[in-house]
Write a protein that binds this ligand. Structure first.
Ligand code: FES
Length: 184
């Protein structure tokens, strides 16, 4: 993103021209500016991969909200990443149907193959592993999302096919997830 594409706000944060245009398009559909908060967070995350404190302040300013109010929404909505994530986020369901179907064992094997635990990103920055509540595919448990793809009926064969060739067995210290930068 070039500097010419950025608009500096008076709180020292920045949103791009494109981000502002997309957020403004959402504002046309809501009665109050704060009603576009989640969409605005998603717009910025889609372009930057995550929502930094600086971006969050910029969005809050644009929506006439306090940063604290927007932070509360971002924290509640667990698909907003407040720390950097890898190229693909693995959203691993650990809710009851998946747990009954043996997700703990599958998760341990994924962690071993990738060298990461929940909240961590592989050394090559390819994958971030995060737990999520029910993905709505309980009849096909255990399940996970890898990027935009839902992977169902997880078993040893499937996870080896997906991750067996990934050479990232040393754990990265970088953490990801819904918490803010300041909480690391
Ligand atoms: S419990 Fe895992 S998809 Fe519902």
């Amino acid at each position: 993103m070039s500097k010419s594409q950025m608009i500096q706000t008076d709180v020292g944060s920045a949103l791009s021209v494109d981000e502002i245009a997309e957020i403004d398009a959402e504002l046309a559909h809501v009665p109050y500016k704060s009603g576009a908060a989640i969409d605005a967070l998603k717009i910025v995350q889609a372009k930057r991969g995550w929502v930094s404190d600086e971006s969050l302040r910029g969005i809050a300013k644009h929506l006439d909200m306090s940063a604290e109010e927007l932070e509360g929404i971002a924290t509640f909505y667990n698909l907003i990443y407040r720390r950097p994530v890898g190229e693909k986020v693995i959203l691993f369901c650990d809710s009851v149907s998946c747990w009954i179907s043996g997700c703990d064992d599958i998760k341990s094997k994924i962690s071993k193959l990738l060298g990461v635990d929940y909240g961590e990103t592989t050394k090559d920055n390819l994958y971030t592993l995060l737990p999520v509540p029910c993905l709505g595919a309980c009849d096909r448990a255990p399940v996970m999302m890898v990027g935009d793809d839902l992977v169902t009926h997880l078993d040893d064969k499937k996870i080896k096919e997906l991750f067996g060739k990934v050479k990232t067995k040393s754990t990265s210290s970088s953490k990801a997830g819904p918490k803010s930068e300041g909480s690391q």
